[in-house]
Design a protein around this ligand. Sequence first.
Ligand code: AQP
Length: 336
Amino acid sequence: MEQTAEAKKIVFSGIQPSGGITLGNYLGALKNWITLQDDYHCVYSLVDLHAITVRQDPATLRRNTLNAYALLLACGMDTEKSIFFIQSHVPAHAELAWILNCYTQFGELSRMTQFKDKSAKHADNINAGLFTYPTLMAADILLYQADLVPVGADQKQHLELSRDIAARFNGIYGQTFTVPDGYIPKTGARIMSLLDPTRKMSKSDESEGAYIGMLDKSDDIMRKFRRAVTDSEACVRYAEGKDGINNLMGIYSCVTGKSYAEIEQEFDGKGYGDFKTAVGEAVVDHLRPIQEEFARLSADKAYIEQCYTEGARKAASLASRTLRKAMKKVGFIPRG
Ligand code: AQP
């Protein structure tokens, strides 16, 4: 059934510019973001405030943020349909996050598995921001009264906490925030590291061979797939325990649209070398038009600046309504 503009639900999602965007981010999240634009009011953000919970080199963070902005435009982000902005350009995120910190228990944040994982990974920098990351994420979502939040499995616990915080605040002060639901996309894969297929592909992985960057050169993509960890069976089939092959089949399926049965048939009797080459070539073909569009757009710095400035203006206008409401509820004097 055709939805009217008024009936459209609000979607919020964010991505950290904590490295170059990977094929995992794209196939697992960004492809869906683009599709959702047709059916929802989408608000998307490059969440740079989140990115600094892990130490970033300032020049690299700036480059990654601008590249990610242009890359998402190249992937099909439509700034006429959606609001697409850089989080640090909208101060309401930090302001609401502070308020929500005061309505979130230490024990709740202590239970977050991402905090435990990232603390173990960055033992020399277990900062307060890393600990309160989930309240900033709650602020991101609640500011836009989002109905739906597309999240990967690793973010489900954070979303659950956002729901708890919203419900708690509403319980104390009356209806203030929409309690968001998670959105599980119809398609969307969890892409694993090419070097350790039991771990997800991550943009901040220390080993470049573990991930495919969306802006990687064709030769590098082919080389990384050739070196991808597989198993000794030499048979292309999807099965438990064959993590490396399962991951490559997942990637191949996402970029070609072929089913696992079709892939098994296509590579029946062929070795892993042929399969890895085919996966690499399919990924290169899939990324080529995106990379060409990225090159065209990123050469036009004035256009990119115009897009993110306008995105921040639209986001701030929506966010300030919710922030004002929350500030009033907790007893702050309205700004003159
Ligand atoms: N490997 C993946 N497969 C499928 N989806 C993925 N996502 C991330 N990695 C994969 C999804 O991408 C969205 C944005 O993620 P993020 O940047 O906010 O943080 P992340 O999940 O921590 O991504 P990375 O690449 O692993 O970043 P770093 O290395 O900085 O921690 C989310 O929807 C996520 O589920």
